[in-house]
Ligand binder design. Sequence first.
Ligand SMILES: Cc1cc2nc3c(=O)[nH]c(=O)nc-3n(C[C@H](O)[C@H](O)[C@H](O)COP(=O)(O)OP(=O)(O)OC[C@H]3O[C@@H](n4cnc5c(N)ncnc54)[C@H](O)[C@@H]3O)c2cc1C
Length: 402
Amino acid sequence: MKPNISIVGGGPAGLMAAYILSKNKFCVTVFDRKPTVGRKFLLAGRGGLNITHSEVKNTFIKKYGKASEKFKKLLDSFSQEDLRDFCKKLGEDTFIGSSGRIFPKSFKSSPLLRSWLSKLKEQKVIFNTNHDWVGWKKDHLVFINNKNEVLVKPDLTLFALGGLSWPKLGSDGSWIKIFEKENIKISKPQPSNCGFYVNWTDIFREKFRGQPLKTIKLKHKNLEFKGEFLITTEGIEGGLVYTLSSFIRENINENGYAEVIIDLKPDLRIDQIEKRLSSEYPKLSLTNLLRKTLKLSNVAIGLIVELRNKKQIKTFEIKKLAYIIKNYKLILEKPFAIERCISTAGGINFESIDENFMIKNNRKTYVIGEMLDWEAPTGGYLLQACISNGAFVAKQIIREYS
Ligand SMILES: Cc1cc2nc3c(=O)[nH]c(=O)nc-3n(C[C@H](O)[C@H](O)[C@H](O)COP(=O)(O)OP(=O)(O)OC[C@H]3O[C@@H](n4cnc5c(N)ncnc54)[C@H](O)[C@@H]3O)c2cc1C
């Protein structure tokens, strides 16, 4: 007989497992503590839902770092193409952007989620929202619903409880203590795809917070990427910073701070910069010189002036100035709090689960999605991993019980 399955957590990982299981006539109930499911998925669509990436598999898989090998079979089970087909089936065609990232044509997640949920209802999935999972009592799952305790005894449970970012949307890591009590090993949750604190002067902060620093190169150790990031009240954040964030975070964990180098004029060599500066030096003020000869933005000029504000430099002669423009050193103090990050590193350790994502000391329980110990940069890698993970486990269950 087919097992009765409880999926706890209605994010993309849980909803994909629900889709495949219910399509194969398994009886599925989705529980979520929030009044509606998929809230983080909806937020992800606010700035353009980057659902996956078009990279070839071997390149794609490397983005999962030390979990790459484990995730290879997830992509084999449900590839980027499968995800695009799934979106198409739900009425949302996708396209490949200039950077290779893949988006639904509408850019949004709401139409996709709407038709995903209506498909699930059509396939007879039951939704028990406002059900907060708080632990186990013997072989029952315990939920709190409207202050009442609800006990549920499924044949199989899939937990897809997410990471710790944006806790208002439902996933806040409250599951960690419960799992630890069961001796399930958890790697410490840490911010991923996050911004970092910088000790700006008040003058710089007031003038430039909220402004982007564009067309620059950001370097950390032997890694460097071109792009832009945002100056915030407390530091820096944005796509380019997220790309390096796992390496920067580890460096801070080791040394207490991390150093990044900004190339403020990546398209010019240092000798070309010197030549341009010389043409007007010392006729113009520092600000006008940088603006006129190099067309540096106000933020970039602000960063250079910041060195004077901080009394790190008194005079700017040409060679020194050109060097700073190509090698602007910024000290990052610590990552922003996990609550405001895009995703979470750390989570349930792979040692605690078997090759089918089943908890080793609990033969009826699977764990999937962001609550596991892996991380990846932004670029569609997060959603693809969560969704492929849900699909993989669902297919394993179907194989075992059909
Ligand atoms: C601002 C932002 C933008 C993003 N943009 C992108 C993007 O463009 N591309 C991309 O690939 N990724 C993006 N992500 C990341 C992506 O949204 C997440 O990685 C993904 O949603 C994780 O899926 P999940 O199913 O594992 O967990 P979640 O989506 O977090 O879902 C977990 C669910 O579990 C429920 N839950 C938690 N605890 C309990 C409990 N105790 N009882 C009952 N229910 C519970 C929660 O309410 C929630 O519904 C973005 C994230 C953020 C914050």
